[in-house]
Design a protein around this ligand. Structure first.
Ligand code: FAD
Length: 330
């Protein structure tokens, strides 16, 4: 029997998501170097758009779970569908994106079938007897390298944002196996609603106000004044690579050429010099307010409001002003 790779894809009405396209490209590359046959699984309402978006890859079979309405379905239904396909295909390697929904599927399938499970992979390679995986740990600050014997069946979730754009040219024509995605009458878990995270927990790309932490700040300032300011202004914390290196903010909140590009309405640059690697991530920001003890720091030239002073002195005053403003309005 030929060994198989199964790529589990996420789709919407326009076909598979951008992340899933990158994932399929990586699975295609792995199938070529391993000689394993490539298959994909997706579910949704529109089989034809998904088929069109996967037809550029060297797929043997697309397993498609057809949803009959756009109503939200509990995760049990895709999990049962994935289990059916696993029983039929017995893939050596199952590769999924790193979203919450796919993590749920990956961990459950690994437990159900006794597979090896590895999360947040960024790179894969095969040698004779092992799948070698690089995975992101400590919020991307470091990578660990793991080898899993190919005698095992393996499930991996993948950080698709680091994958290369796939090299595809001509259209192939894979076969499609259609399943009906049944709503479970007795789901083991039930989603009862969705809530928005507290503003300080928003990620830097979705927040309208960002309190930028730089090398001129310290942990006490971040934990007290900057978090309070973020809460008061319904914003979140972000910052520079120096702030990440000092352990003041996690890597996922780094802004700049090797971090995020942000487009907030207001960016408070607190103890930030304004190096190009950082400001390149601020091009879409409408208003920069800089607080810096050095009036000649480059950030002061691009700020709409440049406050010369120490963060320890200015931030409490600013908080005071804001709390007065809020109490006067209420
Ligand atoms: C390949 C590469 C990629 C990079 N990618 C990124 C990236 O994605 N994002 C990023 O941010 N950087 C990145 N960097 C690093 C970047 O070049 C700068 O080193 C970094 O942005 C500087 O951070 P900073 O302004 O917080 O620290 P510093 O340059 O150390 O500046 C600290 C500032 O704080 C002020 N200050 C000191 N004490 C106080 C105080 N008490 N109150 C007020 N102000 C005070 C100082 O006057 C100074 O202006 C990258 C570098 C390289 C080489």
């Amino acid at each position: 029997m030929t060994d198989n790779i199964l790529a589990v894809l996420e789709s919407d009405t326009n076909g598979i998501s951008k992340e899933s396209r990158l994932l399929l490209g990586e699975a295609d590359r792995l199938s070529k170097i391993s000689g394993y046959q490539l298959n994909a699984l997706a579910y949704g309402e529109n089989r034809d758009t998904v088929k069109t978006s996967v037809d550029f890859f060297n797929l043997d079979t697309l397993y498609f779970g057809l949803k009959e309405s756009s109503e939200y379905i509990e995760q049990d239904a895709p999990l049962d569908f994935l289990s059916k396909v696993h029983r039929e295909l017995q893939p050596k390697l199952t590769i999924l994106p790193s979203s919450i929904a796919s993590h749920y599927l990956a961990t459950n399938i690994a437990v159900r079938f006794g597979y090896r499970f590895i999360s947040n992979c960024v790179d894969f390679d095969f040698d004779d007897n092992y799948l070698n995986v690089r995975r992101s740990i400590f919020q991307g600050v470091a990578h660990s390298i793991v080898s899993i014997p190919l005698s095992e069946q393996i499930v991996v979730t993948t950080d698709c944002t680091v994958l290369n754009e796939p090299d595809v040219s001509d259209i192939k024509n894979c076969s499609v196996k259609l399943f009906k995605l049944e709503r479970s009458t007795n789901p083991k878990i039930r989603t009862v609603g969705f809530t928005r995270p507290k503003s300080v927990e928003l990620n830097v790309e979705e927040s309208d106000v960002i309190i930028g932490v730089g090398g001129g700040a310290n942990l006490q300032l971040v934990e007290n004044d900057m978090r309070k300011l973020a809460l008061a202004l319904k914003g979140c914390i972000g910052g520079t690579r120096v702030a990440v290196d000092l352990g003041l903010i996690p890597f996922e909140r780094q802004i700049g050429s090797s971090g995020h590009n942000v487009s907030s309405n207001c960016y408070f640059a607190c103890g930030i010099s304004g190096a190009l690697h950082h400001t390149s991530g601020l091009r879409e920001v409408d208003n920069i307010i800089a607080i810096n003890s050095d009036e000649n720091a480059p950030i002061m030239r691009i700020a709409k409001l440049a406050i010369v002073g120490r963060c320890e002195d200015i931030l409490p005053e600013l908080l005071d002003l804001i709390s007065h403003d809020v109490s006067e309005k209420t």
